[in-house]
Design a protein around this ligand. Structure first.
Ligand SMILES: Cc1cc2nc3c(=O)[nH]c(=O)nc-3n(C[C@H](O)[C@H](O)[C@H](O)COP(=O)(O)O)c2cc1C
Length: 204
């Protein structure tokens, strides 16, 4: 059973001294064992309105150089899933891809489109702003998982097609960091091949 939104601490006021962070075997277990859930294995129910608010708050609580908040979240749920799919279908190359596009958001109960709003800034490179949007995607995955949902981070052609981005309501400079599909997992996860992290470590 997913946890209710009330399981998550309220947002602290600015400058409040936060409780000391405690070591947590549960958080370590989450980080060590988290797996994405395939979108075809995400069934209703998705997060309710309060759970979604809590997840978006968690998503927005990421490292953010310059406090720019260089991301925004577009919730694609309910009837919006069909509308967003039709918007993509309207710019698809042919009939077959239009039908696939129409189905894009119908596969899971809810999707959050994480948009990088990175723009030129006198001090903060756009790269750093984009990394913050990636961190928001990962926070959303972790939050969804910890709440008891399954989730997966997908992109696809629409992210790299200016007409598709416009059809989804993005401004010209905005980019899609990811579509985070969320729902109730219908299959237990199994481990997949992992990049060998040892081969990717070097030392000065
Ligand atoms: C930016 C980004 C985009 C991704 N896009 C896709 C995608 O379009 N299709 C796909 O099958 N996996 C995609 N993935 C990979 C999955 O999200 C996921 O990481 C992968 O299935 C491995 O699962 P894991 O998260 O359990 O390790 C993407 C990952 C990232 C970071």
């Amino acid at each position: 059973m997913p946890l209710p939104a009330s399981a998550i601490p309220a947002a602290p006021e600015e400058n409040r001294i936060l409780p000391a962070f405690r070591e947590s075997a549960e958080v370590l277990t989450l980080l060590a064992l988290r797996r994405s859930t395939k979108v075809v294995h995400l069934a209703p129910p998705g997060p309710d309105a309060e759970q979604l608010d809590a997840l978006l708050r968690i998503a927005a609580r990421v490292p953010d150089h310059g406090k720019l908040g260089p991301w925004r979240f577009v919730v694609i749920a309910g009837d919006g899933r069909e509308r967003a799919g039709l918007a993509l279908a309207s710019v698809a190359a042919d009939d077959a891809s239009a039908e696939a596009a129409r189905q894009t958001f119908l596969r899971a109960p809810l999707c959050v489109m994480v948009v990088s709003t990175a723009a030129p800034h006198p001090k903060i490179p756009e790269w750093e702003q984009q990394l913050s949007a990636g961190a928001a995607c990962q926070n959303l995955l972790l939050g969804a998982y910890a709440m008891g949902f399954g989730a997966c981070w997908l992109t696809g052609w629409a992210c790299y097609d200016a007409r598709a981005r416009a059809a989804l309501g993005l401004q010209e400079h905005e980019r899609i960091a990811g579509f985070i599909h969320i729902g109730a997992p219908t299959e237990p996860p199994s481990e997949r091949v992992r990049a060998d992290w040892r081969q990717r470590v070097s030392r000065f």
